[in-house]
Design a protein around this ligand. Sequence first.
Ligand code: NAD
Ligand code: USQ
Length: 440
Amino acid sequence: MKIIVLGGDGYCGWATALYLSAKGHVVTIVDNYLRRQWDHELGAQTLTPIQPLSDRLRTWHRLTGKTIDVAVGDVCDYDFIYSTVKAIQPETIVHFAEQRSAPYSMIDRKHAVFTQVNNVVGTLNVLFAMREAAPDCHIVKLGTMGEYGTPDVAIPEGFFEVEYRGRRAVLPFPRQAGSWYHWSKVHGSNNIMFACKIWNLSATDIMQGVVFGTRIDAMGDDSRLFSRLDFDQAFGTAINRFCCAAVIGHPLTPFGIGHQRRGFLPLRDSMQCLTLAIEHPPKPGEYRVFNQFEEIYDISELARKVQKVARETGLNVEIKHLENPRREAEDHFYAADHHHLFELGYHPAHSVERELEIMLRDLIVHRDRINDYRHALIPDIRWDGRREKVSFLPTAPRLDLSIPSVPSGTRSFPDASRTDSVPAASRAAAAHDAVDIATH
Ligand code: NAD
Ligand code: USQ
């Protein structure tokens, strides 16, 4: 299959390009290297020292005999993306080319506007380019589980059936995003759904959970092929940050109470899931939504898992809660369906603990580099607009074990009726959060 990977120089995009090329697909990467520039702006660096894209691709060719083409350019530049799509005539476009950090989008007005323009306009351009130049192409768009927020009911895969004033309908599930970035993904999803309806395009919108991991098998042991890995406050995601911190003996940092629950999946499983979506395309005109995560975890529970695996590897590390720079529910109900990918044949590669072992082994060789950037582990971007480092909380916030959350680590499909079993205090907290979202 001819496939364009938009954002193919980034964390997920690079791994996807290699994975698809290794499977025999004909891959072209599109990227404008914005991500590399943000490192300079933030005074941070990818932990794995990545090569220039052309060097990475030469290495790939030398090791496998396979060629991945590149088109350097901005998806917000319509002439560029239109001519690229027209020339390549892809059967699939995988779209990762967005500003994907929630904290980055919350820095100030300029960063919020940039994020929304880059993400919304870029996606609109891709949709118009498909309509004009490749109307049979399938777009696999990276959305995010964060589009749904943390509602006090179970989250379906995109759509749900409602009964209102005696009539029933299947409608998009309400979105309650938690940052300007996450809202940009909601706007992108709405635009894709509309384009499928009016132009008969086909799309899979992937509501992906938080990704973690240093590698996929296609990279082998050649560090020149490794993906970037971020641990700074803006682009570093929870498990990747915890593993980097563990390697240098820096405390692991759940924010606030630390019972935020999210869906997580390893990078290697993300590749498997995206490929299932690519190789099983929807019908023309179909807009389908897949929730893509392996398991739901509570952030403090994850910190404890990292701590345990680190100890087994000989690394002693403590968990210290930080003041939360974000405005989010810190202890809430969370349940989400993820049937579709399992039905298509998704098998998680291995346990989270095994993935953590691999990560710690890969990261330990970069200990000095993490130490050089250790300042990046403590956030100063706050959701209220201030730029001021957060502090460690003097005592670990009380963990109320009486709250019957969805059991973490479960892969079973949640039963919406569980909501009734959430105690009043927890429901009130979630309701308060919902009111906040509605009124701010
Ligand atoms: P990343 O920042 O590492 O990579 C994004 C790439 O897109 C970068 O190489 C960047 O230079 C490029 N890019 C950005 N804007 C562009 C533009 N206008 N034109 C051309 N190229 C552009 O991000 P990632 O972690 O690989 O995430 C990729 C996608 O997956 C994002 O859309 C993100 O929302 C989604 N996602 C990521 C995660 C995660 O945990 N990393 C989780 C869920 C969803
Ligand atoms: N968190 C901590 N301590 C940390 C880092 C994070 O407690 O040191 C908490 C955050 O407050 C949040 C949760 O962990 O509640 C997840 O934060 P994150 O930084 O790992 O992920 P997030 O900001 O949600 O964004 C990441 C990617 C984004 C993607 C999203 C998927 O950067 O591109 O869309 O994960 S999801 O979370 O499902 O929306």
